[in-house]
Ligand binder design. Structure first.
Ligand SMILES: [Zn+2]
Ligand SMILES: [Zn+2]
Ligand SMILES: [Zn+2]
Length: 330
């Protein structure tokens, strides 16, 4: 990770994105996620009142794939394997115009409960070894529909990013006899300069290794392997910290802040995973304003990630903004 804070002085300041500032209606008759509306293929959404989960009509993963493996000329060079799985969509609210930042903690708690149900139900299926819960927020992150929703991709094989994290967590645990992220939480709480906000069970910070300008790591203060291990008060604490992070994000440039976020947790492969510590990543693309984004190109693609804003400065910026949403201020 290369940190070059002097680079923010240079003349070119990143691209200027067109600002999507159109206020959304509470109900959009053309939205395929709004209650009662028809989806592709003619399925109609129920008239749901809180959260609503369904299997993606255009799922990238399908359960009925026959098992197969092809190793071309048996050289171990071009290997294809089949991958079974499923893709679910979780609507956060019947309201088309809301976001996590604009929902109440109680409403977000219902979303947390739905994620837990989905994680448990999908993970209990024998062929599902990994459950990835994630949200793409905003057009800049390729989110085609403003209706508040997340996706869940569940499949056979542990994907690259969680697998890398799993290996490093396992090595650290074996070497130090303590969980890597438990150790990290303690260190960050002592240092304080990268912490944004916290509650009894969760800590939100800009990680030491942050790649994106306002990247956030949301981490449980106590050792938990997965979202299913959260008890009643921890679920509410997760809802609380999610609202606070997303509100701070929106308040930073006073816009609906774009990001990709997702949970990392123990796989559902039936093995014991003492190395896994439940956490979430937020990867927002914005750098200096509502319209200036950070690109990961050139050196980042070919050599190593590089950032201009130090994680300590990014954390200070996110600490400074209020937890009252800019649209709720009188
Ligand atoms: Zn909608
Ligand atoms: Zn831990
Ligand atoms: Zn992670």
């Amino acid at each position: 990770m290369l940190v070059s804070p002097h680079r923010t002085q240079r003349p070119w300041q990143g691209s200027v994105e067109k600002q999507a500032s159109d206020a959304q209606p509470q109900y959009d008759p053309s939205c395929y996620l709004c209650p009662g509306n028809a989806r592709a293929g003619g399925v109609r959404n129920p008239d749901y009142g809180s959260t609503f989960a369904f299997t993606n009509d255009f799922a990238a993963l399908r359960p009925e794939v026959p098992a197969g493996r092809i190793d071309q000329e048996e050289r171990g060079l071009l290997v294809s394997e089949s991958e079974a799985g499923t893709c679910r969509v979780v609507c956060f609210s019947p309201r088309h115009d809301l976001t996590l930042a604009r929902m109440s903690v109680l409403e977000i708690r219902t979303v947390v409960d739905t994620w837990i149900e989905e994680y448990r139900e999908l993970g209990a299926q024998g062929a599902i070894h990994h459950v990835q819960i994630f949200e793409n927020r905003g057009e800049m992150m390729g989110c085609s529909n403003p209706h508040p929703h997340s996706q869940i991709w569940a499949n056979q094989t542990i994907p690259d990013e969680p697998r890398k994290e799993q290996e490093h967590q396992r090595v650290y645990l074996e070497k130090h006899k303590i969980c890597m992220l438990c150790d990290y939480v303690e260190l960050e709480q002592e240092a304080g300069q990268r912490v944004i906000c916290e509650n009894v069970f969760f800590l939100a910070l800009v990680p030491f290794w942050a790649v994106w300008p306002f990247e956030v790591l949301l981490i449980s203060k106590i050792h938990l392997a997965d979202i299913g291990a959260l008890d009643d008060s921890m679920r509410s604490a997760l809802a609380d910290i999610l609202k606070r992070i997303t509100t701070r994000y929106d308040n930073l440039f006073e816009i609906p802040f774009p990001y990709s976020m997702g949970f990392h947790q123990a796989p559902t492969d039936g093995e014991a995973h003492p190395e896994w510590h439940f956490h979430a990543h937020f990867y927002p693309p914005l750098l200096r304003s509502a319209t200036v984004r950070k690109f990961m190109v050139g050196y980042e693609m070919l050599a190593s990630p590089q950032r201009d804003l130090t994680p300590e400065l990014a954390a200070a910026r996110l600490r400074e903004v209020r937890e009252v949403h800019y649209l709720d201020r009188v």
